[in-house]
Design a protein around this ligand. Structure first.
Ligand SMILES: [Ca+2]
Ligand SMILES: [Ca+2]
Ligand SMILES: [Ca+2]
Ligand SMILES: [Ca+2]
Length: 433
């Protein structure tokens, strides 16, 4: 949901209608310098030049407003016809990428139907924004922007095909601080891969970067969470597979203090790393499944990552107490944004199904506390994606979370999964879900 210009070079990276300050230099052309006109002719010439200059300056002032490190102007729209986005024919762009998923592979694992992401950035430093697409059964693709909406598939020479994995998400970011955009790619059951850029759009995989190569990772976000100048990384994880896709799965269970505990699934003990803390039996005696924990990594500035513990006090709950366990949520989307204006990037994580979205406020040193339940009263049931922007121009960001449910009330009721109604005691007002 973040836009970049594809049809004009951008160096330094810029958004449409925003650019670096422009320096103007005027020099009288030699033809004018050599003239020996009369005084009245000279006055007329000077007046003409001043008039042209004044008109030019007036036009400049009316169009572009100077700012601190940028300039801006209002978008002028045509009086009629189509405005903004329109679909471009692949024959024009050269982009023929399709995310391929057969019915057979989708039935094997329903998580493969969740779609795949795209990344945009200038990988070869020519000023044109290039595009990277993720595929499920097919390889990923990097398209180099040639300008004027023409693209060239350079996947093979760039070394970023990622064949043989179900790729879910990607992002370009300069993680080693050498000035070029590196590439991070997520996949189902493959975690996160890092590809370092040589500055010309050729990538080499960094296989010892400290990134986890398991979990069903979905999307990523980067920001300097501890203020040391290095880009840190948050990876949202969903799950690698779901028990709904295994209708004949066998559960072993035992009774502990009157409570039914799942001990194994298809013979795999729930004490194994992939299954720990992820299964419980609810009041209706239905086995419920939780997701895989997300991972927040600190970057040493050279593209080496180290996970932050969920339970060492780096994350505090709403009451300010350290988390006792990681959060086994179904993470789909994550975004960093400074929500309280202290210049430290906070985190919003969109979670599918019953776990609520997580909103983490940063103390500026990379320690996070869950936002008060009373600050945001509820979050969406099936959060899919998020974006922030100052919609009403009061200087404070609003945010928008998208959900998969229909906007039609009747359809929405049919789409809602069976979740027991929660009856809250009188006075209980701080529930977010
Ligand atoms: Ca480029
Ligand atoms: Ca780099
Ligand atoms: Ca950092
Ligand atoms: Ca606002």
């Amino acid at each position: 949901m973040h836009w970049r210009d594809l049809d004009r070079p951008s160096r330094p990276p810029s958004r449409r209608l925003w650019s670096a300050p422009v320096c103007w230099r005027y020099r009288i052309p030699p033809a004018i310098q050599n003239l020996q006109p009369s005084r009245s002719a000279t006055r007329r010439l000077l007046c003409s030049i001043l008039f042209v200059l004044a008109a030019a300056l007036h036009t400049f002032a009316a169009d572009w407003q100077p700012g601190d490190g940028y300039r801006s102007r209002e978008l002028s729209l045509p009086a009629s016809g189509k405005t903004y986005l329109q679909r471009l024919d692949p024959a024009l762009t050269g982009i023929y990428f399709t995310n391929v998923l057969s019915e057979e592979k989708a039935l094997e694992n329903s998580l493969r139907t969740g779609g795949s992401g795209v990344a945009a950035g200038d990988v070869d430093g020519d000023g044109w924004c290039d595009l990277y697409f993720c595929g499920m059964e097919n390889r990923n693709a990097l398209y180099r922007n040639l300008g004027h909406w023409k693209f060239e598939d350079v996947t093979a020479s760039a070394g970023v095909a990622c064949e043989g994995q179900y790729s879910t998400g990607a992002v370009f970011a300069d993680v080693d601080g050498d000035g070029d955009l590196d590439l991070l790619v997520n996949s189902l059951n493959g975690g996160t891969r890092l590809f370092l850029n040589d500055g010309k759009g050729h990538f080499t995989e960094s296989t010892n970067a400290g990134l986890w190569r398991r979990f069903g990772s979905t999307s990523m976000a980067l920001a300097d969470i501890d203020g040391n100048g290095t880009l840190d990384l948050y990876v949202a994880n969903y799950a690698t597979s779901k028990i709904e896709d295994h209708p004949n799965a066998k559960f072993d269970a035992k009774n502990v203090n009157g409570k039914t505990i799942v001990t194994a699934i298809d013979g795999v003990p729930t004490s194994s790393p992939e299954l720990t803390n992820r299964y419980f039996v609810d009041a209706q005696r239905i086995v419920r499944e939780l997701g895989e924990p997300d991972i927040l990594y600190l970057n040493d500035g050279r593209g080496n990552f180290k996970p932050v513990s969920w339970t060492d006090g780096s994350f505090l709950d709403e009451q300010g107490q350290p988390l006792a366990l990681p959060l086994y949520d179904f993470g789909l989307s994550v975004m960093f944004r400074d929500m309280d204006g202290d210049l430290a990037p906070d985190i919003y994580v969109c979670n599918d199904l019953f776990p609520p979205d997580r909103i983490w406020m940063n103390d500026g040193r990379g320690h996070f506390r869950a936002l008060s339940n009373l600050a945001v009263r509820n979050t969406s049931r099936f959060s899919m994606g998020i974006d922030f922007a100052d919609l009403n121009r009061d200087g404070f960001d609003e945010f928008l979370v998208v959900d998969m449910l229909s906007r039609e009330y009747q359809r929405k009721k049919l789409q809602t999964v069976v979740v027991p109604m929660q009856y809250l005691p009188v006075g209980k007002i701080d529930n977010r879900t």
